[in-house]
Unconditional design. Structure first.
Length: 438
């Protein structure tokens, strides 16, 4: 009897092992363009860009990230970027809410729903960088009449992942993804993933803004970026490769480029009193990026560009390929111009309220006290007046600060925050920004 029990137990273990092995090697398909990285985070090195339709094999899983194998390489992608093929039917939650890819755009405009033409499923880091840097250089020179190379050329290897992880452990000692979900659950499928067009346009926009002049202090830049990354990991698009640059101006100003770059001015930092207040600034700007506010006003042009690119692929042997390429680049430049104007001018009031709402939630999920937002907005209003007085080029203009404060007050009241929720890290913040006075 005992022997039969042992054999039965071994059989269960063997079958369990087979099931576990099968689960670890599950075949998946990429929904939309996504970057495969060397670790489970946007701050790790880019290994390969996977385009829509690329086939991958799941190896492991860590919270919101999947370890996968593609084209004989292994790396990590956000879980929400893939779906399972079951009986030739795609299964993915909220997939209809994800922005259409180039193939979809082509089918919509050409009427060809049976096209089997597929884009190259993979792009190397060198290919990605070449496309990004080429457009960034051209767009920057057209805007600034400056033929020099773009200022922002550290497209990868921005900083050491281990330094960020150490910072995150110090800030979020008892934090984990499950705790963030318990505080406030959000559905990552409610927002679109990476858009190569948005990325290319974003680098061009960011380089034009950077031409205003940057504070050259890598330690401060990385400290602010670490805070931004904590917030990004608690946002809808947790794979956003966010980074922060400091503009060398005393104006109270800030910008968010659609590729994940956030600019904050020296004057804005000096107005802030704590890390929590800065976390609201960056969470608000991050929400604009995550929810693609800057490109929503140019959606039709974006779709046209994707269709042009698809036609370009289909007609790659024709003599007018170069002309089509030039037309696509021209359309992309016009799209970037529209997004640039949106970035540096007044935003729509509905987007400002939306960025406040989600920014507050990202703060709360990350363990920062959302009431810090009220402190900062009240100080701005006290120092500079309401939006009628125009706060430099700040994104706090155009929408009444009073109205924003009222809405945030109501939102944070609903959280029923426990006493002493979160930490301000006021002394650390003041010490870090003290370099701006030198």
């Amino acid at each position: 009897m005992i022997r039969k029990y042992i054999l039965f137990s071994l059989l269960i273990l063997f079958v369990t092992g087979i099931v576990a092995f099968v689960k670890q090697t599950e075949s998946l398909t990429v929904k939309n363009t996504v970057d495969m990285r060397s670790g489970p985070g946007s701050y790790y090195e880019l290994i390969l860009r996977l385009n829509s339709g690329a086939e991958i094999t799941e190896i492991d899983k860590q919270q919101q990230w999947l370890k996968v194998k593609a084209e004989k390489q292994e790396g990590w992608i956000p879980e929400r970027a893939a779906y399972i093929e079951k009986n030739n039917k795609k299964t993915s939650p909220d997939q209809d809410e994800v922005a259409p890819n180039a193939q979809t755009a082509f089918e919509e405009l050409s009427g060809d729903t049976d096209s089997t033409q597929q884009e190259d499923p993979y792009a190397s880091p060198a290919q990605v960088a070449a496309a990004v840097k080429g457009f960034a250089t051209d767009f920057t020179s057209s805007k600034t009449k400056n033929k020099e190379s773009p200022l922002l050329n550290d497209f990868e290897d921005f900083f050491d992942p281990s330094a960020y992880q150490q910072f995150r452990r110090a800030r979020l000692q008892n934090w984990n993804w499950q705790l963030a979900q318990e505080r406030f659950e959000i559905n990552a499928d409610k927002v679109p993933g990476i858009d190569p067009l948005q990325e290319r346009a974003g680098w061009g926009i960011a380089n034009v803004i950077a031409k205003q002049g940057l504070v050259n202090n890598r330690e401060l830049q990385q400290y602010l970026t670490h805070i931004a990354l904590i917030l990004a990991e608690n946002s809808h698009r947790y794979e956003t490769p966010v980074r922060v640059y400091v503009l060398d101006t005393n104006q109270i100003t800030g910008y968010a480029s659609p590729n994940g770059i956030i600019f904050v001015s020296k004057g804005a930092l000096q107005l802030m009193q704590s890390e929590t207040e800065f976390s609201f600034f960056v969470a608000h700007e991050l929400a604009h990026i995550v929810h693609s506010h800057g490109i929503k006003e140019s959606e039709r042009r974006r779709t046209k560009i994707k269709a042009d690119e698809r036609f370009d692929e289909l007609e790659q042997e024709l003599a007018d390929r170069e002309a089509r390429y030039e037309q696509t680049e021209e359309n992309l430049t016009q799209l970037a111009n529209e997004m640039y104007e949106y970035t540096i001018k007044d935003r729509l009031e509905e987007y400002e309220f939306s960025a406040d709402y989600w920014g507050i939630i990202y703060m709360y999920r990350a363990g920062y006290n959302p009431t810090g937002a009220i402190d900062l907005l009240k100080r701005i209003r006290s120092n500079q007046g309401d939006f009628q007085d125009r706060i430099g080029h700040a994104k706090w203009k155009g929408t009444s600060l009073r109205d924003r404060i009222i809405r945030i007050n109501s939102q944070t009241d609903d959280f029923n925050l426990p006493q002493n929720f979160g930490h301000d890290y006021q002394s650390t913040f003041q010490q870090k920004i003290s370099v701006l006075e030198k």
